[in-house]
Structures are given as structure tokens and as C-alpha cells.
Design a protein around this ligand. Structure first.
Ligand SMILES: Cc1cc2nc3c(=O)[nH]c(=O)nc-3n(C[C@H](O)[C@H](O)[C@H](O)COP(=O)(O)OP(=O)(O)OC[C@H]3O[C@@H](n4cnc5c(N)ncnc54)[C@H](O)[C@@H]3O)c2cc1C
Length: 512
């Protein structure tokens, strides 16, 4: 995956410029390149550096689509809502099956426990019904292994003694769900395939000053590291910049109404007692929202609190209040843990891009492709919404929309949905763990093949080393030494890189 000199792109023409290389940009570039389009995909930062690397990493089975809005009557009174919920649940089940079988190095199954309380919003029978329905809706090749513990069998749950109000605990449902081991590598692998199919790929490249010239767009690309600029032309611009989407639209035509809203979600990372080991738990918090407690190395991450956000997008961190709120909710669900701030190992936060909805400050979950011709600018499409698990359906949808507007200039090819050889090398660990293997050879290959610019690119977004319990403490110096060797950094530059990485970890993953 060559990182072209910016000057090599000067005055080049493309069918489509994909702006943004999160999961949705990566998926779109892969499908478009396979569909015969001459594609340029750029990101102003590193690949997957936006919302995609800050998620709860769940390859959702679709259960939450079946949760009725306010009460079960919502579905009874509005059967069309129930029908839509079933359609979405089926889509999730199919995606779960496809991704977990084709990219098994990048996902792992885990047991997801869901306690049902007498004072909670759901009844046990609703869960039994929902899982029956999911099994019917989904493909037969990947069971949910659903089971519900009640009465005496509750004692079989390893962490049973930690639950709140055991006298109100009716039952606990458990099922098999999947976790993305690295959404970042999913993006990199997808972009690697798009490059193999002919797409031009470049990170740390900002698109700005787009101008419409008769039939085509001309855009300026700026290398954010050197500030060098070139102009390129394209028949169509695809805005897949997630939470930055409105801002990119404004560059094309000031005054376009907001299409996306950002919801901020924070996570805390903690060490739970041994009984919780490798168990995922979903509880309903006091705001009546699901809270996820998910296994991660020998720790767990816990999130999230979705709040509308219109602040700065580039360096989003969990605030002291958000961390305290999460601690309060964990202590509510598991009072005997009695956590306080000293128990937090690290935190992270991101902005989920959801579709603007004038009637709901939390936006809509719908995935929408907006044709900005309706705003007076032709040949610009923008995506809003779009979770990680749905990326292949979204890419298909984008390809279909683009096919009806723009003819491809190249031949069609077949994409590969398998994980790359690099991922396979990194994951020569236990398939049930989230560990990535560190070896000099693998890191050297990553440096040479995967457009790495900074130490953080490798530690956070090419390997999971920076997400481990020590947050890369044991490996950062060794990786920096290899980077220095291959990139010709002097000692001063190497030290600066190590300092910046540690500073990044301290600031972005702060515990306050
Ligand atoms: C807290 C949280 C929890 C979540 N949990 C889950 C989950 O469990 N499962 C799930 O499937 N999904 C989850 N999501 C949702 C999911 O992460 C996002 O919907 C998805 O990652 C969005 O991807 P994207 O490619 O659209 O946007 P992004 O990943 O944000 O990518 C957009 C990219 O555009 C780039 N960009 C912006 N402006 C420009 C410009 N002018 N020029 C060039 N590049 C530009 C940015 O640098 C960025 O990399 C969660 C999200 C959050 C925040």
C-alpha cells in the first residue's frame, strides 16, 4: 500500500474521491474499486483515527433492534415498526455471520450476560421471544447459544454474588455475541484490499477548498505533515467523514443544513474480580439505557453515555463528569465493587455520527445516503449513521447510489473480505484472546507497507499494543527504534516520537 508523494497526485483525475478513511470510507473504497471506479481515498489523520477507533467494538447480533421504544405496546400499535425492527435484526444477524466467518482473526465470540430484574424494563419472556425470533431471522450457520438462568441455576453464573439486589433478580439471559478485536485493523485490511484493486490511498491528507467546475469537482489536497498542497479533479465526491460531515459540506456550499449530529460516548477501563473473567455483561442503567461491560485483555471496558456533542472533534476525551457518571452506574449495578477514580486504568471517548433528526436531539439510527443535489450541489453524496458491523451493506448501498450517477472508467474486479496476511501474523496468538503478537519482523513489515507516520499509528491503529493493560509501555521504545532505523530518524527525533506517544496516551486516555 504505497504512500505516494503528494506531488504524484497533482492534477490527477478520479471517478470518485472518498473523503474519510474510517470504516465507511474504507468499505466504500473497496466496493467502488472492485466496481471499476478510479478511486482516491484520503484521510486528514490516520486510517480509522475517528469514531471507528473509539467504539464499544461489538458486532451486535441485533437484539437491540427488537427492544420496543417505550413499551411492548409500541410494537403492537405500530406493526410497521416491528416489521422494520425485524428487518434490521436480520441484517445484523447476517452481518454477524459473514464477518465472523470471513475475518475470524479480527473478531472473537464472548458470552454476553443480561440480568433481568423485577424493577427493570424487560420481562424474561421478552428475552426468550427475542432470541427465538433472532434465531429464526438469522442464518443457520452461527448459533446464538441462548440460555436463561433462573432460580437455583443462577448460582452457576460465575459473578452472581456481585449483582445488586439479588432478591429482585428474576433471571439472567446469556448468549454468544462477537467483539471486534481491532476495528482499526479491519479498516486497514479493507483499505489494503482497495489499494490492491487499484485505489489510490493516502492518510494525513486533508481535502479542502472543493470547487465545482462545470461537470467535475476540483479539490485541494493538503499534506497535513508538510503543508504541501496539490489540486485533483473528480466526477463525484463521497463525504464519509462521520462526525466531520457537516463541516465538509459547509466547505462545498456554506449554509447547507446539518445532516449529522455527534453523540459523545465515553468508556472506562478497569480490572474486575476474577469471577468476571472473559464475561461480557449488559445492564440497564438508571437512565434506562444499556450499559456494556466487556472483556479486554485481563481487564474490562465499560461504557457508555451518549450525549449530543457539538464541541471540538479532533481530540475528544472522557471528562471527569463522564468518568464519575460511569463509576456511579457500575457501582449501582454491582455495589460490592465499590469503585472509585483510583480504580480506573484508563478511559477513552469518541463521537458517534448519527443522522440528524429535527424531532430527536439524540438523532436517528437510520443510515442515510444524502444526495446534495437537493442542496444545489451536484455529484456529492454524503453518508450519515453507519455502525462498524454494517459496513458491507453500507458500502453496497453507496456503490449502488454511485452507479446510478457515474460510469466507472475501469474494469470490475473481485474484492477479498479476508483479513490480510499482516493481520494473520499479528493474530498468531490464542484466537480467544485479544492479544496481538509483537515481533520485529511484523513491525518492520507494517512500517514498510502500511503508511505509518507516527509511533501512535503503529501502537494504536496497526497493532493493539497501545490498548493493552500497560498501554504500550513495554513495546513503545522497541517499535520507535525500528521506526528510526527504517525511516532514518536521528536519536532526537526518535525520543521526540516516544515522548509524543506517551503524552498522547496520557491526555487521550486520562483518568483525571
Ligand atoms: C462511543 C462509541 C461506541 C460505539 N459502539 C459501536 C459498536 O459497539 N459497534 C458498532 O458497530 N459501532 C459502534 N459505534 C459506531 C461506529 O464507531 C461509527 O458509526 C463508525 O465508526 C463511523 O465510521 P465512519 O467511517 O463513518 O466515521 P469515522 O470513523 O469518524 O471516519 C471519518 C474520517 O473522516 C476523516 N476526515 C474528516 N474530515 C476530513 C477531511 N476534510 N479530509 C479528509 N479526511 C477527513 C476523519 O479524520 C476520520 O478518520 C460506536 C461509536 C462510538 C463513538
Amino acid at each position: 500500500m504505497n504512500r505516494y508523494e503528494l506531488s504524484e497526485l497533482s492534477d490527477k483525475s478520479y471517478d470518485v474521491i472518498v473523503v474519510g478513511a474510517g470504516i465507511n470510507g474504507a468499505g466504500a473504497a473497496q466496493y467502488l474499486a472492485a466496481g471499476g471506479y478510479k478511486v482516491l481515498i484520503i484521510d486528514k489523520g490516520d486510517f480509522a483515527g475517528g469514531a471507528t477507533s473509539k467504539s464499544s467494538r461489538i458486532l451486535h447480533c441485533g437484539l437491540r433492534h427488537l427492544a420496543p421504544g417505550k413499551s411492548i405496546w409500541d410494537f403492537v400499535v405500530h406493526p410497521s415498526k416491528f416489521f422494520l425492527a425485524c428487518q434490521n435484526a436480520r441484517k445484523s444477524m447476517i452481518a454477524r455471520s459473514e464477518i465472523s466467518s470471513s475475518m475470524k482473526e479480527l473478531v472473537r465470540p464472548f458470552r454476553f450476560y443480561f440480568p433481568i430484574y423485577n424493577d427493570g424494563p424487560y420481562f424474561s419472556w421478552q428475552l426468550d421471544f427475542a432470541f427465538k425470533l433472532l434465531n429464526l431471522l438469522g442464518p443457520r450457520d452461527n448459533s446464538l447459544d441462548y440460555h436463561r438462568y433462573s432460580g437455583k441455576s443462577l448460582q452457576e453464573i460465575p459473578f452472581k454474588k456481585w449483582f445488586r439486589d439479588s432478591n429482585k433478580l428474576q433471571s439472567v439471559s446469556v448468549f454468544k455475541d462477537y467483539q471486534f478485536i481491532s476495528a482499526e485493523r479491519l479498516v486497514v485490511d479493507t483499505i489494503r484490499d482497495s489499494a490492491k484493486l487499484g485505489a489510490t490511498v493516502r492518510n494525513y491528507t486533508l481535502m479542502y477548498k472543493p470547487k465545482q467546475l462545470d461537470e467535475v469537482w476540483e479539490a485541494t489536497l493538503k499534506d497535513v505533515l508538510t503543508s504541501k498542497e496539490v489540486n485533483v479533479k473528480t466526477k463525484l465526491i463521497l463525504n464519509v467523514t462521520g462526525p466531520w460531515g457537516n463541516w465538509v459540506n459547509q466547505m462545498m456550499k456554506p449554509g447547507i443544513p446539518d445532516k449529522v449530529i455527534g453523540l459523545k460516548g465515553a468508556h472506562i477501563v478497569v480490572k474486575l474480580p476474577e469471577e468476571f473473567s472473559e464475561c461480557g455483561i449488559m445492564v440497564i442503567n438508571r437512565a434506562n439505557e444499556p450499559m456494556y461491560i466487556l472483556p479486554w485483555h485481563d481487564m474490562h471496558y465499560i461504557g457508555l453515555n451518549r450525549t449530543p456533542y457539538d464541541g471540538e472533534l479532533d481530540e475528544v476525551k472522557a471528562t471527569k463528569d463522564e468518568i464519575e457518571w460511569l463509576i456511579g452506574e457500575v457501582n449501582y449495578a454491582f455495589p460490592k465493587l465499590n469503585f472509585n477514580r483510583e480504580d480506573i486504568l484508563y478511559s477513552y471517548a469518541g463521537i458517534q455520527p448519527v443522522t440528524f433528526d429535527a424531532d430527536d436531539p439524540q438523532g436517528s439510527r437510520e443510515v442515510v445516503v444524502h444526495d446534495l443535489a437537493s442542496e444545489g450541489i451536484a455529484n456529492v453524496l454524503m453518508l450519515t449513521g453507519g455502525p462498524i458491523w454494517d459496513y458491507r451493506n453500507i458500502a453496497k448501498k453507496l456503490l449502488k447510489e454511485i452507479s446510478s450517477r457515474c460510469v466507472p472508467s475501469l474494469d470490475k474486479q473481485r474484492p477479498s473480505f479476508c483479513s490480510s496476511e499482516m493481520t494473520q501474523l499479528l493474530r498468531e496468538t490464542s484466537p480467544t484472546s485479544v492479544d496481538m503478537k509483537y515481533s520485529e519482523n511484523i513491525i518492520k513489515k507494517i512500517i514498510l507497507e502500511e503508511q505509518t507516520v507516527s509511533l501512535a499509528d503503529i501502537m494504536i491503529r496497526r497493532t493493539g499494543l497501545g490498548w493493552a493493560a500497560d498501554r504500550g509501555e513495554a513495546t513503545a521504545d522497541k517499535v520507535a527504534t525500528l521506526m528510526a532505523e527504517l525511516k532514518g530518524w536521528d536519536e532526537q527525533r526518535k525520543e521526540k516520537e516516544i515522548q509524543s506517544f506517551h503524552q498522547y496516551i496520557k491526555e487521550m486516555h486520562q483518568v483525571h
